[in-house]
Unconditional design. Structure first.
Length: 135
């Protein structure tokens, strides 16, 4: 989600419309993964901008600060923000400065999105560091 774009939202929309999902099982799994809040906002976004599915595992959430944040991320940031950050880093002469700016970018982004999806925001940074280090 930290780099979610409209394509990923469209994929979820098509899955909700065409796949024969066991709604109660899906709701249970999403709740166990601590994704209920995020999914409620996502389902509200889908219902508002792409037309709803027949049913959702959770009641969609249509208006609050997280809904506005979801709209901002999808329509104005998405994966493009990550690409812009990568281009800025590639122009930096000093690797230490590039790494520091890149880390600061992802920390700010994780803090910004942490209320909507706390687990992903928390573990994403560790995952990125471990990937870079080679684990």
């Amino acid at each position: 989600m930290l780099t979610i774009g409209l394509k990923q939202v469209c994929d979820v929309t098509m899955m909700l419309r065409r796949a024969h999902l066991n709604q109660s099982k899906l709701a249970y799994m999403l709740d166990r993964l601590r994704l209920k809040r995020f999914c409620r906002v996502l389902f509200g976004f889908i219902d508002t901008y792409l037309g709803g599915a027949e049913s959702y595992p959770f009641v969609p959430l249509f208006s609050d600060k997280d809904f506005a944040l979801m709209r901002e991320v999808i329509f104005h940031e998405g994966c493009l923000l990550k690409q812009v950050q990568g281009e800025k880093g590639s122009k930096e002469r000093f690797p230490f400065v590039r790494i520091g700016r890149h880390a600061w970018f992802w920390m700010r982004r994780s803090l910004r999105l942490g209320g909507m999806m706390p687990d992903e925001a928390c573990w994403f940074l560790l995952h990125q560091v471990m990937r870079r280090v080679g684990f």
